[in-house]
Design a protein around this ligand. Structure first.
Ligand code: SF4
Length: 361
């Protein structure tokens, strides 16, 4: 087949080939048939930083619990975080909840069919705005996510590193020029799907690609050199100590501030181990500093490792006995002494779920 890069003259042919492939080959996902703009919004918020297979496990549960934007707006944030528990990036859930309230209180309960109005809502960046406006309302906005950047970098042999600050503008510009204006929602989904199923990060399936003939890097057998990236800095690792404090058959949990990492979730008190300190000493010190209690360490329960996007943690978990003191919070915004049978009621970070089953034994 003759190779020809995308030009104004053959753009329609490129779009048609991609759309035909998408109609035949796309994955059947629960949100793909959604016509409800709120449902599409929820799915795009979830998909922004989470793998499709994980979102599958959460999307139906979320829509069943909060079927309309009004139901979500009326819900308690803790209920929303509980459904989101384990998916990470909890600011997405907090923003979606705040945005739902604004939609109900100030926008007549309808998701705005206007890019700029919608873009003003908490948590709605250019990706979410373009995805929802194009898929739900057929508006001509091009979506650029990691998959799209990779496909475009290879199709057009773009040398701008995908993790460079100016890459968003470069890729957005290319995607906008390529967008099928008669079918923008489907075209956006097709480009993302091509990245997910065919133009994969490692070893793309070029032989199965519907647009091979337009691909500049396929032509020069340089697909493995794209996308270009700046070298990443090593991810820091923190060693922390956490105490499960027992008092009269109950255990202490504290609630994190609503803003910031893991905001609004519950956890066991603890923090970073300082230089020259043992994990056990750090556990006792952190509990004193965070909740003003004196505790005695009973045993080391386990070590848990967990990776967040920008850092990793190694967590030493101790069982502790309350000795003395009255709770005074420093950092946390709330606390409870709970029985273990009640633990399911509270949303916890994923790292905590790695040792909670041991406590329940
Ligand atoms: Fe990606 Fe290969 Fe298709 Fe080019 S030909 S867009 S590298 S899958």
């Amino acid at each position: 087949m003759k190779q020809k890069p995308i030009t104004n003259q053959n753009l329609k042919s490129f779009q048609n080939k991609l759309l035909i492939w998408y109609k035949e080959s796309h994955r059947k996902l629960p949100w793909r048939n959604a016509e409800n703009s709120y449902h599409i919004w929820v799915s795009e918020v979830m998909l922004q930083q989470t793998q499709v297979e994980t979102v599958r496990q959460y999307y139906d549960k979320f829509i069943q619990k909060f079927p309309t934007v009004t139901v979500l707006a009326k819900a308690d944030l803790q209920e929303v975080l509980k459904i989101w528990e384990g998916m990470g990036y909890y600011s997405r859930a907090r923003n979606l909840h705040r945005a739902a309230k604004i939609v109900v209180e100030k926008m007549g309960g309808e998701v705005p069919a206007d890019f700029y109005q919608f873009r003003k809502l908490p948590g709605v960046g250019s990706y979410i705005a373009a995805a929802v406006q194009s898929i739900a309302f057929h508006q001509p906005y091009a979506v650029v996510d990691g998959n799209v950047k990779r496909v475009l970098a290879r199709l057009l042999a773009i040398n701008t590193p995908v993790n460079d600050a100016k890459s968003s503008r470069v890729f957005q510009d290319k995607a906008s020029k390529m967008l099928d204006l008669t079918n923008p929602g489907m075209f956006n989904q097709a480009l993302m799907e091509l990245g997910a199923l065919v133009c994969k990060p490692q070893n793309p399936f070029c032989q199965r690609c519907p647009v091979t003939q337009f691909c500049k890097t396929f032509k020069t057998t340089s697909t493995d050199k794209f996308p270009v990236r700046h070298r990443r800095r090593p991810i820091p690792q923190y060693h922390i100590a956490v105490g499960v404090v027992y008092k009269n058959g109950k255990t202490l949990i504290t609630k994190r501030k609503e803003k910031g990492l893991l905001g609004g979730l519950w956890e066991f008190p603890g923090g970073k181990i300082k230089n020259g300190e043992t994990a056990q000493q750090a556990c006792i010190r952190e509990i004193k500093e965070e909740v003003n209690l004196e505790v005695e360490v009973l045993s080391h329960l386990t070590q848990v490792k967990h990776a967040y996007t920008h850092f990793k943690i190694v967590m030493e978990v101790f069982r502790c006995r309350y000795v003395s003191g009255r709770i005074k919070l420093n950092g946390a915004v709330d606390y409870r002494w709970i029985k273990f049978t009640e633990i399911e009621k509270y949303p916890f970070p994923k790292a905590n779920h790695k040792f909670i089953p041991l406590l329940q034994k």
